[in-house]
Ligand binder design. Structure first.
Ligand code: FDP
Length: 323
């Protein structure tokens, strides 16, 4: 069986209702396979001399990975609009002359963790899929699926399917791994779930604890309670650790001097859907509410977050909001 056939079969086993959605996910798998090759033994992490619209310096690799996903989704023939961290405009990707009925829109970060790639740390891609045309003024909850790819010693693709998108009967999150020769996908975790408690923490934007007293108190609490630190500085591996160990908490909290950095469209909404479909919780850093209810009113909207085990997120809320 080919790579496309294996992922198609796996998605059929999870009873994905819509053949076009199934195809959309299969082609994100194809794009991830392409990126796996781009990353393999990549030596020169040179800057392209350009900046994306957010002002981040672009690596040649950022642009190559962005192109790889755009190529894959154009080839799929089931997407109408896409916007990415590197191409932050709603871009028409629909096949010519099509009326775009039953099509999807994609928000994605092709290469999350570009500041740690030169250290040979794991990096990832993040994808959020919405029905219809456009990603603006939507919420994360409206996604019909989301996925992240983790490029480490293995390439794994973790897919979240909310119950509305399948006949499976419940929200489901699972992981497939690319085989050694890259020719097939195999199920490596058939049900990813997040337990209610887990003393493992990934404290992003820790510098904010310098002038955010509540965050500082929470960090001290985690240390005094002997939590285990697991943090790389890449959102994909840092949150993925929670999926792999079925527990833990990830925060990226801001302060006056250390602003929020994570993007709602490209990073927070897709990752948030995976966390919640796996039984975990998410909250906006500054008020009690799921990140899935935040409106993407700006393609570059940024926010602080807490993701993870329900009791750990509850503890976050207690420290940050006094709940
Ligand atoms: P990167 O800039 O390396 O792409 O939002 C992007 C991100 O990485 C996240 O993956 C990560 O959690 C965060 O930035 C880390 O930010 P800092 O380097 O500012 O701590």
């Amino acid at each position: 069986m080919t790579r496309i056939e294996t992922l198609t079969k796996i998605l059929e086993d999870y009873k994905v209702k819509d053949a076009n959605l199934l195809k959309a996910l299969v082609y994100l798998g194809e794009g991830s396979h392409k990126i796996t090759h781009l990353l393999e033994n990549y030596i020169s992490h040179t800057y392209a001399g350009t900046q994306n619209q957010s002002g981040d310096e672009q690596l040649h690799l950022d642009i190559d990975c962005d192109n790889a996903i755009f190529e894959a989704i154009r080839e799929s023939g089931v997407f109408s609009i896409a916007a990415s961290e590197e191409t932050p405009v709603e871009t028409d990707v629909s096949p010519e002359g099509d009326d775009q009925e039953g099509f999807f829109s994609l928000g994605f970060d092709p290469l999350d963790g570009s500041s740690i790639i030169d250290a040979n740390f794991s990096v990832g891609s993040i994808f959020g899929i919405w029905e219809g045309k456009g990603v603006l003024n939507r919420t994360g909850r409206e996604q019909v699926a989301s996925a992240v790819t983790l490029y480490g010693p293995r390439t794994t693709l973790c897919i979240a399917l909310p119950s509305k998108s399948t006949d499976y009967g419940k929200d489901v999150v699972f992981e497939v791994t690319l085989t050694k020769d890259g020719s097939m996908w195999e199920v490596s975790r058939d049900q990813i779930t997040i337990k209610a408690e887990g003393k493992v923490f990934a404290p992003g934007n820790l510098r904010a604890s310098n002038d955010n007293e509540k965050y500082n108190a929470l960090i001290k609490h985690w240390i005094s309670e002997r939590y285990t630190l697991r943090y790389t500085g890449g959102m994909v591996p840092d949150v993925y650790h929670i999926f792999a160990k079925s527990k833990g908490v990830f925060t990226n909290v801001s302060s006056e001097k250390a602003k929020a950095k994570l993007r709602l469209l490209y990073e927070v909404a897709p990752m948030g859907l995976i966390v919640e479909c796996a039984g975990g919780l998410t909250t906006h850093e500054a008020h009690d509410g799921s990140v899935l209810d935040e409106k993407i009113d700006h393609l570059d909207r940024r926010l602080g977050v807490c993701f993870g085990s329900s009791e750990e997120v509850a503890l976050y809320k207690k420290f940050m909001f006094g709940n």
